[in-house]
Ligand binder design. Structure first.
Ligand SMILES: [Zn+2]
Length: 396
């Protein structure tokens, strides 16, 4: 049973809030393939050949690579603190002996927790079991009520099999499964700081209320193999245990809270798991509470320090030796992969990056070194010249 408990990746949520930093990590691999632009154009044919081979290899590699590390880092806005809750009331039921899992001990412990009955507006009841370390029933009730409210924010389909919740102190990971939600209040504060407490709970509750019905269902396993990819590295690493929970949060973000993530990220999710999305759609889960809600999305970065030119400049725009180095963040705000080329001393394209939607590449270059973005078919989308350290946002 312990194996059913959650082992979710601790987030560096920084990565999502600053897309440039996150994506740069992803793009480092691509960038490192190619040296910075250089005047040395010897063996150009050989270079082109290596370029082609490497791009083929890179694209094959990229196809099988999950677009995210973990879906709880997708966005802090998939579910928010202001979402309505089905929580109705809480009542203290005294203490009683209960077997609880405590990650600080990495084991099951038998305690006499404070017990509370949490009631929800659809008649469901969850027993909140609060560790005696919270001293008295008043302080325990504060915790019980806080997490009962949060459980009430989950859609009914995710609350279905939650019968109890274990609440302990400590900075340990949450857990799902066992008809329970495992909470460590120290970790909850960290999740709150990152704005992802609600997203973590969706993930854990998916373990509790979805895994047992779906993770071994034939249609799910078919969808998994038809997609030929996973939504996250975490799902890929533990396909039997984490794929439902990881994919479900991505599904909510793409289909039911689609304004909580950048459109480039939506298309990455649709591309990575189209059959899983169909599978979830076919279940007719009632997720209406997630639709039509305004959520705050960090703004797409703006182009600055970068002069945009028309595509008709291709052929005329050539690199000149300015001797002034600059760094540009190239953000793909389109729905499709963008290729980014350095226009060399003769104005010829030299492919440097393939940037997925919603991702950023960091490029060291120089003033008077023009860059061109093209779609996957090589059609020019934009050209520009860096003026200073800055950002180039590719739209199409
Ligand atoms: Zn999990």
């Amino acid at each position: 049973m312990v194996n059913n408990l959650e082992d979710i990746i601790k987030l560096s949520h920084q990565a999502r809030l600053i897309p440039v930093a996150a994506a740069s990590k992803i793009e480092e691999r691509a960038t490192s393939i190619w040296k910075k632009d250089s005047k040395n154009r010897q063996d150009f044919n050989l270079k082109q050949l290596i370029l082609c081979l490497t791009l083929v290899l890179y694209s094959v590699f990229a196809m099988a690579k999950p677009p995210f590390r973990g879906t709880t880092e997708l966005s802090p806005n998939i579910a928010t603190a202001s979402d309505p809750s089905a929580f109705e009331s809480i009542s203290y039921k005294g203490t009683g002996s209960r077997t609880m899992f405590d990650r600080r001990a990495s084991d099951w412990v038998i305690l006499n927790p404070f017990l509370f009955e949490a009631r929800f507006d659809d008649g469901r009841i969850v027993e909140m079991q609060v560790n005696p370390e919270f001293k008295n029933n008043k302080t325990a009730e504060v915790e019980a009520k806080k997490y009962a409210w949060l459980i009430g924010q989950l859609p009914a389909v995710l609350r279905k099999d939650i019968q109890t919740s274990w609440i302990h102190k400590g900075n340990n990971l949450f857990g799902g499964g066992n008809n329970n939600i495992l909470i460590h209040t120290g970790m909850a504060l960290e999740y709150e700081k990152d704005g992802i407490l609600e997203e973590i709970l969706i993930h854990e509750a998916a373990h509790t209320s979805l895994d047992s019905y779906h993770s071994n269902a034939k249609a799910w396993l078919d969808a998994q193999s038809d997609d030929k990819n996973f939504i996250s590295g975490y799902a890929k690493e533990f396909p039997g245990r984490e794929d439902i929970a990881e994919s479900f949060l991505g599904y909510i973000a793409t289909i039911h809270r689609s304004n909580s993530i950048y459109r480039g990220e939506r298309s990455k999710i649709r591309k990575a798991m189209p059959n899983r999305i169909k599978y979830f759609d076919a279940q007719n889960f009632d997720l209406s509470q997630y639709s039509d809600r305004e959520v705050y999305l960090p703004p797409v970065p703006e182009t600055k320090g970068f002069t945009e030119l028309s595509c008709s400049e291709e052929g005329k725009a050539k690199s000149e030796d300015s001797g002034e180095n600059v760094t540009i963040n190239i953000f793909n705000n389109s729905n499709s992969m963008m290729q980014v080329h350095w226009l060399d001393w003769g104005g010829k394209r030299n492919l440097y990056h393939e940037i997925q939607p919603g991702d950023t590449a960091i490029q060291q270059t120089a003033k008077m070194h023009p860059w061109l973005a093209s779609d996957g078919n090589g059609n020019c989308v934009g050209i520009g010249n860096p003026k200073a350290d800055g950002t180039w946002v590719i739209n199409n």
